[in-house]
Design a protein around this ligand. Structure first.
Ligand code: UD1
Length: 342
């Protein structure tokens, strides 16, 4: 497969950069496009420090239809596309939905049009467990109904999946949507990781910034939910596991092992952890107490969600290798590395 050329959109982002490393280590020829709206070209150095090679990078805004088509025209022999490029802040999507529809849907449509035109038939899409909403049963498997989206961000993932499914039916595209649960952690080398802009909205970057002294204390959003310790439950999964799943999905398409033109897989560990579980594990791996207090529930939070991983394990042939200790340890190592540089 080392002769295969793969385009990774959003390849300088959090999950994209880890996937680029994974693909390069497996010998793929990797092209990266990114508009750098929520990432930095410095990530290329981090990737190269791990894999020994900078991927071929082009700054490209996929909302620009002509520029996107021109890119595909001038880069021949692309065998597959892994599409990460998207905006991902739930709160921002509520405040500015049109930004999300333009970027997450407009960009997706232009990339798919270029794939169809240039006969690139293998496509992997970055989806989310947010499509399930508040689950009726747990763990949640891929046959669970897609619920009305709670945010424009969530809606772009649902509509994105539908656009891809319909494109598979109409144009002979082969696609896989990967529904991530809660990606956390960083590459073990601490050369790449999550780089939140401003105050982190997600739990783990808020925890590591608090431990590093940038934030006073973590607020636990609610301890009166109907869960064993009262806090919400999620399926936290190491970003390197997520990256590896993209490569496994890519092989599945390239080797034509897919069961249908369009497939969906959950990417989770199958284990649910509460906010207090995560705090405890973080304290254990970092060796320090984490200042925290309980505050009000956050609007829109799901009580409990974790994956049924049977289909990913048995059909895709992928299983998470890491646990919360590994993931939180790597997130802490990464945070310390960023702080030592700044
Ligand atoms: C969120 C998004 C989801 C997206 C994912 C990306 C929502 C409703 N969902 O998931 O669509 O795919 O991020 O990673 O925003 N928490 C605290 N204190 C904090 C931050 C979080 O207690 O300062 C709690 C939350 O209430 C939640 C858990 O930690 O129970 C995880 O929160 P977060 O990391 O924001 O992820 P999700 O909300 O699950």
């Amino acid at each position: 497969m080392s002769d295969k050329r793969i385009l990774v959109t959003g390849g300088l982002g959090y999950i994209g950069s880890h996937t680029v490393v994974c693909l390069q280590e497996a010998g793929f020829d990797v092209l990266v496009v990114d508009d750098c709206s929520n990432s930095s070209e410095k990530v290329l150095d981090g990737i190269a420090a791990i894999s020994g090679k900078k991927p071929y990078f082009t700054k490209l805004d996929l909302r620009d239809k002509e520029a996107t088509e021109a890119y595909f025209k001038s880069h021949s022999n692309i065998d597959g596309v892994i599409h990460f490029a998207a905006s991902k802040a739930v709160g921002e999507s509520v405040a500015d939905p049109l930004k999300y529809y333009e970027n997450n849907i407009g960009g997706l449509v232009y990339v798919l049009q270029a794939c169809v035109k240039h006969q690139i038939n293998n496509f992997i899409f970055s989806s989310s467990c947010t499509v399930y909403g508040e689950p009726d049963t747990l763990p949640i498997d891929e046959s669970a109904p897609v619920k009305p989206a709670a945010s424009p961000y969530g809606n772009t993932k649902q509509v994105g999946e539908e656009i891809i499914l319909e494109s598979c039916k109409a144009y002979g595209l082969q696609a896989i949507s990967l529904r991530y649960f809660n990606p956390i952690g960083a590459h073990e080398s601490a050369e790449i990781g999550e780089l939140p802009i401003g105050v982190p909205q997600n739990l783990v970057p808020f925890i590591t910034q608090t431990a590093a002294g940038l934030r006073k204390e973590l607020e636990v959003f609610g301890d009166d939910y109907p869960t064993p310790d009262g806090s919400c439950i999620r399926d936290y999964i190491h970003v390197v596991d997520i990256a590896e799943a993209h490569m496994v999905a890519l092989y599945r398409l390239l080797e034509q092992k897919n069961n249908s033109d369009y497939e969906v897989f959950n990417l989770g560990t199958g284990a649910g952890s509460s906010v207090f579980d995560i705090i405890k594990t973080f304290e254990k791996v970092s060796g320090q107490a984490l200042p925290h207090k309980v505050s009000d529930r956050r609007a829109g939070d799901i009580i409990s969600v974790y994956a049924d991983t049977k289909k990913a394990n048995e059909v895709l042939g992928w299983k998470a290798r890491f646990n919360n200790e590994d993931a939180l340890g790597s997130a802490w190592k990464w945070e310390q590395k960023i702080r030592s540089k700044s």
